[in-house]
Each structure stands twice: as structure tokens, then as C-alpha cells.
Design a protein around this ligand. Structure first.
Ligand SMILES: O=P(O)(O)OC[C@H]1O[C@](O)(COP(=O)(O)O)[C@@H](O)[C@@H]1O
Ligand SMILES: [Mg+2]
Ligand SMILES: [Mg+2]
Length: 359
């Protein structure tokens, strides 16, 4: 039987890929792994402990916060604070940046943006949920890190990953040198390498979108859905429709099997629903590193300007050929939207209030 390789061993082994590495990023990934295990423990026994349901507060998105949203947020922030390698945490559950100002993190140079619990609507119904994280190196060099350090484009990420709390817990991450997946072995309490060098198939036969919003979709998206549903043996259509409602779980399936995930702009979410900094950018980095494609229907997600911490974006990501086909439909049937998005992004750049959800 081949020896198991734990996440910790793998991270240290890969450190040699970064000649100037001093182990800070390795320790940061270790800290994220620790918090993920604690959250997984609570997710596993969610029905037995008082962690289901709402906590009675709302976050800056106007969403009612679930107990597990808040629990997970606290676990990641405290693990990152203890670890000492993080100077700012940007979280879906905090309106403002969380500045880590402890003795150990005085010289910390990493910013972590996090969606502590993704797929909140599925918590109470025992369906897979996740965590999404994105890591940047601070740009500012003097004094304390500043909020602008957290407004870097996705292309500047040094690492990104997600944890899926499903039938088993898996942590999947990239540092820009491919994507690797680790499954938690509860008997030893370690994430073990189970999915080395993950690659998403160039072509896929699964489309993943909340068709309940169909009437609100741009024409380009409506046309693409119709394209997926047409009978055509040669292209193996109609494709299968799969939508879990947890972005992490939908993307994890698509990375393994091939497929496209789309959350477009809608009438009720004219700027898209998902957040650029801690949902779209990290997932786009992973998908591209796995050989896929990630855009907002027009522009590459990783090249998008970041005007505010909780900025939203439309997102089309997955198997390259499927995303290219969807973009073709957007160009042909919703060209105006490309221009609207451009205007929104330039407006964001002008707006001073980085915490305000402008785009
Ligand atoms: O219910 P909808 O509108 O289809 O939205 C589902 C999407 O919203 C999300 O739940 C948003 O994430 P959070 O749960 O972290 O707020 C995604 O995971 C998911 O893809
Ligand atoms: Mg989310
Ligand atoms: Mg969330």
C-alpha cells in the first residue's frame, strides 16, 4: 500500500518550488487546515449540537447569518490570528477588514480573503457546504497593512483554495503550480493527498445554474441554456443539469467530471450575486490552474479591477470549451451587458468607499 502523504508534508515538500520561501505561506496554509478540521467537526454533528438555524444578525449583504457562518468565521479568524502569518482578514461575514494586530503577527505579510461558510442555504438540510479562501502578499511596505492591500486583482493571488464538507471533507488548493486535493482521514485527523494534480476536462456535459431565475437572465444566458438542452448526438446534448446551490460543491463536481457553473447577472442581482474577492477570484484561480476558464461572460475574472471588498460579479467558469461557447452566446445576444459591466467597474474605481457594495 502506497504511503499516505499529509497536507503538512506536501506543503513542506512543495516549499522548494519557491527558492526564497521562509515557510510563512506554508504555516498560513497549515492554519487554514486546522480551522477547516474544527469546522468540519461541527458540520458533521450539526443536527446534534446547537449549530443549525439563524443567529439573528445580518451581514453587510443583508443576508441573515447562520450560526455556522459565524462559528466558521470565528474559527478561521482565530486560527489565522494564532498562526501569526496573516495581517488582514477580509471575510464575507465582516463589513470591514479585520486587522490582525498581535505580537506574533507584527511582521506578517499575507492577506487572507475568506468565505468561511459557502452554501449557507444548505446548512440546515444536510447538503454539502464549503469554505473558500484566497491569499495575497501585502503590497504596502511601511507601517501596518492597509485596506488597499486587500483590493488587489485576482491575478495577484499567491494561493487559493476551498474546503468541501461533503460525504468526506476535502481541501483543494493551488499556489499557482497546479491543483491538489486532500481528503480528511478522521482516524488520524489529517488531510491526506487523494487527488494529485487535478485537471478539469476541456469538454463537459453538465451545466450548473439556478434555472429558477430563468426569466431574469440575460438573453445570452437563456440562449446558452437552450443550447445545452437541444437534442444533438454528435455533441452529446442535451447536457445534464446539476445545481447543488453551494458554489464549492458545484465546482468541485465540475472539476472532477467536467462542466460549467454560471451565476449571471439577474434582474434582482444586476451586478451578479457572488463576491469577487472571496468567491469568484479564488475559484477562478483554481479552475484556471486545473486547465479551465473563468470569465464574467466577457472579461477574465482574474483581470477584473477590484473597487470594493464585497464587490459582486457575474461568473461563468469550468470546462474551457463550454465557457467559450457561453461567451459566444453573451457576445451575440447580450453585447450591451459587456458595456454595462465596463461602466460599473470604472464607477467602482471612482467610488472611495471600499466597504460599500458598489459593483
Ligand atoms: O440560491 P441561489 O441564488 O441559487 O444562490 C446559490 C449561491 O449562493 C451561495 O450560497 C452564496 O454563498 P454564501 O452561502 O457563502 O453566501 C453560493 O454558494 C451558491 O452558489
Ligand atoms: Mg459563498
Ligand atoms: Mg458564505
Amino acid at each position: 500500500m502506497s504511503a499516505v502523504k499529509t497536507l503538512g508534508q506536501f506543503i513542506i515538500e512543495k516549499q522548494k518550488d519557491f527558492p526564497y520561501a521562509k515557510g510563512e505561506l506554508s504555516r498560513l496554509l497549515r492554519d487554514i487546515g486546522i480551522a477547516a478540521k474544527i469546522v468540519n467537526r461541527e458540520v458533521n454533528k450539526a443536527g446534534l449540537v446547537d449549530i443549525l438555524g439563524e443567529i439573528g444578525t445580518t451581514n453587510s449583504h443583508g443576508e441573515s447569518q447562520k450560526k455556522l457562518d459565524v462559528f466558521a468565521n470565528e474559527q478561521f479568524i482565530s486560527a489565522l490570528t494564532c498562526g501569526g502569518e496573516c495581517c488582514i482578514v477580509v471575510s464575507e461575514e465582516n463589513d470591514d477588514p479585520v486587522y490582525i494586530d498581535s505580537e506574533v503577527s507584527r511582521d506578517a505579510k499575507y492577506i487572507v480573503a475568506i468565505d468561511p461558510l459557502d452554501g449557507s442555504s444548505n446548512i440546515d438540510v444536510n447538503v454539502a457546504v464549503g469554505t473558500i479562501f484566497s491569499i495575497y502578499r501585502r503590497k504596502s511596505t511601511v507601517g501596518k497593512a492597509v485596506v488597499e492591500d486587500a483590493l488587489q486583482k485576482g491575478i495577484e493571488q499567491v494561493a487559493a483554495g476551498y474546503v468541501v464538507y461533503g460525504s468526506s471533507a476535502m481541501l483543494v488548493y493551488t499556489t499557482g503550480k497546479g491543483v491538489n486535493g486532500f481528503t480528511l482521514d478522521p482516524s488520524i485527523g489529517e488531510f491526506c493527498l487523494s487527488h494529485p494534480d487535478m485537471k478539469i476536462p476541456k469538454e463537459g456535459y453538465i451545466y450548473s445554474i439556478n434555472e429558477g431565475n430563468y426569466v431574469h437572465f440575460p438573453d445570452g444566458v437563456k440562449k446558452y441554456i437552450k443550447y445545452c438542452q437541444v437534442m444533438d448526438k454528435e455533441t452529446q446534448r442535451p447536457y445534464s443539469s446539476r445545481y447543488i446551490g453551494s458554489m464549492v460543491a458545484d465546482l468541485h463536481r465540475n472539476i472532477i467530471k467536467g462542466g460549467i457553473f454560471i451565476y449571471p447577472t439577474t434582474a434582482s442581482a444586476p451586478r451578479g450575486k457572488l463576491r469577487l474577492v472571496y468567491e469568484c477570484n479564488p475559484m477562478a484561480f483554481i479552475i484556471e490552474q486545473a486547465g479551465g476558464r473563468a470569465t464574467d461572460g466577457f472579461e477574465r475574472i482574474l483581470d477584473k479591477e477590484v473597487g470594493s471588498l464585497h464587490q459582486r460579479s457575474a461568473i461563468f467558469l469550468g470546462s474551457e470549451n463550454m465557457v467559450l461557447k457561453a461567451e459566444e452566446m453573451m457576445r451575440d445576444f447580450s453585447p450591451e451587458l459587456g458595456k454595462t459591466i465596463e461602466k460599473q467597474v470604472s464607477a467602482a474605481k471612482e467610488s472611495p468607499d471600499v466597504t460599500k457594495i458598489t459593483v
